[in-house]
Design a protein around this ligand. Sequence first.
Ligand code: GLV
Ligand code: MN
Ligand code: MN
Ligand code: MN
Length: 413
Amino acid sequence: MTDLSPALPVNGDRLVARLKALGQVGALPEGGVCRLALTPEDGAGRDLVVRWMRDQKLQVTIDPIGNIFATRKGTQDGPSVMIGSHIDTVATGGIYDGNLGVLAGLEVLQALDDAGIATVQPVTVAAFTNEEGARFQPDMLGSLVHVGDLPLQEALDTISIDGTRLGDDLADIGYAGTAPLGGIKAAAYLEYHIEQGPVLEAEGIDIGVVEGVQGISWTEITLSGRASHAGATPMRLRRDAGLAAARIAHGVADIAKSIGGDMVGTVGSLRLRPNLVNVVAEMAQMTVDLRHPQEKVLAEAEARLAALVARVAEEEHVSFTRRRLARFEPVAFDGELVGRVEKTAKSLGLSTRRMFSGAGHDAQMLARTCPAAMVFVPSIAGLSHNTAEYTAPDDIANGLAVLGTLALDLAGR
Ligand code: GLV
Ligand code: MN
Ligand code: MN
Ligand code: MN
């Protein structure tokens, strides 16, 4: 364990205890957590976090898309140093993804209180709505509305995979706030997150200095064929939507592998109708997630996907529709702030490595309006979006020390 002596005496044990406590809300029997955005479990998780914010005497505001902000005043008014992330999870999530960034922010504010430090600029902790995009698309929806790039009404009218309307779910859990959208301005934005991939652990590096986030393209494809008898319909006379979907899923992997390098492609959701053993599927609905750090390569993959879908549909005699669920170009973080993350980590005696983020993050939206940067710590076995997601307490303490030191530096004393 590195002997850290950060300028701000943050408490890693206290952070881990809160991570575990929040992880109890929506806990799954096999470990991990399910707090899909705007479900009652998400509401209960929010209630706990807001209670902690109020216990810390922070000024809590909630905007109309349900983003939660907790501010510790500075000696001067003006824009905040913002520390943020999300507390919604995927259905089989871990307790670290997102939650770490929000709770680490609260720990930094608690440490400032404990040390009796007054900062010049306010420091705000943000928990953004629906970062995951698992239940409502697009992902990073709350931060996208916050920066003004998705109209509020459009966001509120988004329909979930359960058929509910976002605005209604938000009201049901009591988080349709009234604070003005974008009312809390950030002078800089820091997000502390687990890596969610295998690189840092494999290379034995303490801190990932994140230079940017790769581009994300999400598409829903609906294939319509004809239900018919599985025993009585000859293969050549079928219009099998399930077969078409399977061919497209295979083709997505082929596209990613043939482009190679960092290209990834995933069919994470596939639903058939009527989904019965003896009926040729009349309908298949699938999602395709394509990602690459370069816009040009991502666009090439998208073009190849479009051609694949058209070809397979024609060959299998099915019709199709496509719906864009999310599309974000690759983002490069502010070079100066990224450099400060690196310098801070090194000054604490931690080893660093520059890297791109494979996952999407609220930081990529905040980067549209202010300098933003991220701190990564190792994920054991590179696992995330998995109930076995784990990051060791020492690693959590390392990232927290970087976050706290840099936040204090930025906010001034
Ligand atoms: C969402 O943020 C993702 O990276 O899947
Ligand atoms: Mn996350
Ligand atoms: Mn996630
Ligand atoms: Mn994410």
